[in-house]
Write a protein that binds this ligand. Structure first.
Ligand code: AMP
Length: 193
């Protein structure tokens, strides 16, 4: 994996563990020479993550929609900043630039991005690993809910298994490196979506 896209909160959250996890993930990315692709903001966990990668000497690509630049305050020190015209363009560019995806703690934006990238994988649009960094049990209930979806037969177990989970960045990256996407008979292309 050369570049990993990280989805995370535009807020910092109430626990110091969230920012510490962003720093620990940054350290792992730099150590493995993996570039960070993210939403381009200087605020919240997003900003802390980018700062930590840059401080370690790593590469950071920000992707921010023009209209959001006021609210999310673009990071001024990133290696590359891509200003796009819409949220859809942002997510598509973040996908095409990345070899895997990780969600750190975040709110609705983070959840939306994580579930969109998982559904793109379910459709066969990409075969890249998706990981959840479960910091301080933040995503415990989400993981339990996905198990409930499987038990209720509304989510197939092989699609549930696409979401890799760990509470430690090094373990999560190791899972992602060994990831095998589910076999699919009918793969869709980008154009069909
Ligand atoms: P949040 O997790 O809500 O703090 O948001 C994290 C990031 O997700 C921010 O950069 C938001 O701009 C972005 N975001 C918010 N809503 C959406 C959406 N509907 N689609 C994609 N990204 C979003």
């Amino acid at each position: 994996m050369k570049n990993i896209c990280v989805y995370c909160g535009s807020n910092t959250g109430r626990r110091s563990e969230y920012l510490q996890a962003a720093e620990a993930l940054a350290e792992q990315l730099v150590a493995r020479d993996i570039g960070l692709v993210y939403g381009g903001a200087s605020i919240g966990i997003m900003g802390a993550l980018a700062d930590a990668v840059l401080a370690g000497g790593g590469r950071v690509t920000g992707v921010i929609p023009e209209a959001l630049a006021v609210r999310e305050v673009p990071h001024r020190g990133v290696t590359e900043m891509c200003v796009v015209s819409s949220m859809h363009e942002r997510k598509a560019l973040m996908e095409s630039r990345s070899d895997g995806f990780i969600a750190l703690p975040g709110g609705l934006g983070t959840l939306e991005e994580l579930f969109e990238i998982l559904t793109w994988s379910q459709l066969g649009f990409h075969r890249k690993p998706c990981g959840l960094l479960d910091v301080a049990g933040y995503y415990r209930h989400l993981a339990a809910f996905l198990d409930h979806c499987v038990a209720e037969q509304l989510l197939q177990p092989e699609y549930r298994a696409m979401l890799l989970e760990a509470d430690d960045p090094a373990r999560l990256l190791a899972l992602m490196e060994n990831y095998q996407a589910p076999a699919m008979d009918q793969r869709l292309t980008r154009d069909e979506l």
